[in-house]
Design a protein around this ligand. Structure first.
Ligand code: KG4
Ligand code: ZN
Length: 340
């Protein structure tokens, strides 16, 4: 007897991207992300505005993704959604939408941890993705999180270290704001750094024991440095923008790599994956390659569209949970502080 093909819809609404994707047999059939540009006006994500935008965008985004996948809503085998961590109002939009679909279509509901999903994006079947072997270490670096996770299997993960304050993406974005860059500053700093001297300025690295991170000291150090130089030369930023960016990027990436090297030594695990928006950074990628040669690491860098917030990662996690029948019930609610 022919087995019915499964189609799983993934929905992501944890922060400021309203996203949906359809997966079948680990292959992404369609992947739609509507990024909310409204937050650029405010220099960061405004939670209240984010939930309102999700409410406006979620139906058109889901309609579009089903159309692009060439399936009807009645073909769906299950609906997976992010239930945390994230902004509560944003999460509630995706949660309510997914619950309604599950109830109306009488299909299983699957709740997904956003941080697990960033890691499991590596298991999407895609020519640009290369699936890692267990166990491996994952460095998840985004605008909201910075973690090193030991991944024993798809749903057996252990956080070895995380940030005590700001996330790596915030270190880029908040420092970028100080030098007049628009939110999110990370990609612009990456671009401007290409024409700068990374050794021109030195910023202090935090002293944090073990595998945890801290970026708030760097932010203050950077702000004080800019203020001091501005007092001497009011055009300091304009005159030196590329090198300021390159020097800042250098120290952020060093902080990340120092801990990753330590984690690999402590666990003796040499399969390393990176995930989250900041893993798009060109210096993160180049330093990872240098370290892979130095330490004999097998590294996995995901396809760009699976690094920043997306629903393809929710859909692959949904599929893995579907195969293990890890379903949720309609009592499931958004959990802004959900842990791995
Ligand atoms: O994973 P993501 O899309 O959303 C969160 O879950 O936060 O990550 C967004 C973060 C932002 O802080 C953005 O500045 C940063 O990723 N980012 C980058 C680059 N591309 C995105 N940071 C540095 N270099 C990049 N090329
Ligand atoms: Zn994320």
């Amino acid at each position: 007897m022919e087995t019915k093909r499964t189609y799983i819809l993934g929905i992501e609404s944890s922060c400021d991207d309203t996203a949906a994707a359809v997966i079948s047999d680990s292959i992404i059939l369609s992947n739609v992300v509507a990024s909310q540009s409204i937050h650029e006006l405010y220099g960061g994500v405004v939670p209240e505005l984010a939930s309102r935008e999700h409410q406006k965008l979620i139906l058109p985004v889901v309609e579009k993704v089903l159309k692009e996948a060439g399936i009807s809503v009645n073909d769906l085998s299950a609906v997976a959604f992010t239930n945390g961590p994230g902004l509560v109002g944003s999460l509630m939009v995706g949660t309510s939408f997914a619950k309604s679909m599950s109830l109306a279509l009488d299909i299983p509901l699957i709740s997904v941890n956003h941080m697990q999903a960033h890691i499991l994006a590596h298991f999407i079947d895609d020519p640009e993705n290369d699936n890692p072997d267990f166990p491996f270490l994952a460095l998840t670096i985004s605008g909201g999180h910075t973690q090193i996770v030991k991944v024993n299997s798809a749903f057996d993960m252990q956080v070895l270290g995380e940030t005590l304050d700001d996330a790596a993406g915030e270190a880029f974005d908040k420092s970028g704001k100080v030098i007049g860059l628009k939110y999110p500053a990370g990609p612009q700093i990456d671009k401007l750094s290409k024409n700068g001297d990374p050794n021109k300025y030195t910023f202090t690295k935090p002293k944090v024991d073990g595998l945890n991170f801290s970026f708030s000291g760097l932010k203050t150090n950077f702000l004080n440095f800019i203020n001091k130089e501005n007092r001497i030369n009011e055009n300091f930023i304009n005159d030196n923008l590329n090198s300021i960016c390159a020097s800042l990027q250098k120290v952020i990436v060093e902080i990340l790599m120092d801990k990753l090297v330590l984690a690999s030594k402590q666990t003796n695990i040499k399969t390393i994956v990176i995930c989250g928006g900041v893993s798009a950074n060109s210096k993160v990628r180049s330093e990872l390659k240098i370290n892979s040669e130095k330490y004999g690491w097998k590294i996995h860098i995901p396809k760009l569209s699976y690094t920043t917030d997306n629903a393809a990662m929710i859909a692959i996690t949904g599929q893995l949970k579907f195969e293990s029948e890890l379903f949720s019930d309609l009592e499931t609610s958004a959990n802004p502080r959900l842990k791995i």
